[in-house]
Design a protein around this ligand. Sequence first.
Ligand SMILES: [Zn+2]
Length: 536
Amino acid sequence: MPAADLILLADTVVTGASDGPPVRAVAVAGGLIAAVGDRSDIRDWRGPHTEVIDLGAATITPGLVDGHFHPVMGIGMTRGADLTAVRSIADLTAALRRAGESVGRGGWVEAWGLDPNAFGDVPVTNAPIVEALGPDVLCAVQMFDAHSAIGSPRALELAGVDGPREFASGASVACDADGRPTGHLLEMEATALLDEVMPADEPGERRARFRRLLGEMAASGLTGANAMDFEDDSADLFAAGEDEGELPVRWRCAPFVNPGVDADGLAAVVELQRAGGRRWRVDGAKFMIDGVIDVGTAWLEAPDTLGESTSSLWPSPEDYRAAVRFLAGAGVPIVTHAIGDAGIRYVLDTYQLVGRVSPVPHRMEHLETMPSPLVARFAALDVTASMQPNHCTHFTHADGGDNWSRRLGPERAGRAFRVRDVRDRGGRIALGSDWPIAPYDPRGVIASARLRRPANEPEVEPIGPAQALTAAMALAGYTTAAAASAGLSEVTGRVVPGFQADISVFGLNPLTAGPDEFAESPVPLTVVDGTVAHRA
Ligand SMILES: [Zn+2]
């Protein structure tokens, strides 16, 4: 072999290969793993320009890939006050008052990350905004799940929102008995009305935020992620990142296909499949068959306890099916957000009709509640189940007292986030975060997957502990299964010769450290495409 560009030494290397002697040294050349072996082998690999990094007692793993991420939507959505710690209306008004002390761009008070559980039994409205800031302040609050937002009365006025409206999707403007908007805007077409009147970010500021995000991702141990958005400036942001050097994280992007899409829109998605750079590419199309449980926009077989979540986000689900059929026919792998049992069933039926069209299997995102007959179909149809353990552990409670559980009722909440059942029935699980909906740090997500509660909160009762993954299963969800779900099983996801040199290094061994402990593990190094992306 030619001299290595980089040699990594560590006491433990989790290769992801099924057999072979223990590995303690990894040689990298030309962006690929050139050889693996023992410390004594480095004599044969070393050349005059080889960099050798001795990581001592650390553990090398295949590079971790997040299955579901919103990088570009996220940098737009995480502006202003962070409300992720708000637990009550009193917390909310206090946080908004603080935010109102330094009014942001264009006179707006912006905030994000609000869990509707903060409202308890009270409907979600703009009343706390008015209480905190008065009626005349421009204020927009993004709910944690990005499926709804709250606008202040003045903001709604500016956006021309003065009563109920019809949308092409199942979006809506929540109104009181007299038809006056309550401030709560549900789903994207409605929340976009607010976005349109808010001042746009400066492009330079967006580039800087994007760069910071990718650097922080690499520092958490991620080497790649699947982008579930491809916004107007996504290509520019990726390209700008590559003009300045190399992206610290690889990306596969699935542009969004909206309900109401026409033939030109679908053709544009096919055309976009050619887009890409050195470390990013478009590969897929993202649909949503339904919304979310929390605001009553999911698609359930039977209504939730408030009589909601009864239909698809597509006014005619057949239109979804036709769009999937068209794109799949053009060889585009399909990604569909499906949360309610009826939505999951419909998407499985659709995938069954369409069949596999490319090396990349179709995939489904979230899968929040489903009966057992659906669980078994993921393996049978070779559909990737892309799941986000933090959704369960951060936004629901074992006692069923949270908004999500109350809306579903005990039977359906009892069959929630069945990640282990899908896995045990032979299904492929890609793990991820859905950032900015939930925190992306993979160490914390792996802990959530293993514990069914947030890391380092031992007082929290686990939710459905039978659905916990083992350490090996959780790591596979970020490595070997992540590669398989991208059709790249023979290219990446393991530390074996010939594979892409995407490598994560942790101070603690993810397979033997306790999950709470591992959530706090140092990340001394990440390597992407054979070059150092992060070094502590
Ligand atoms: Zn998402």
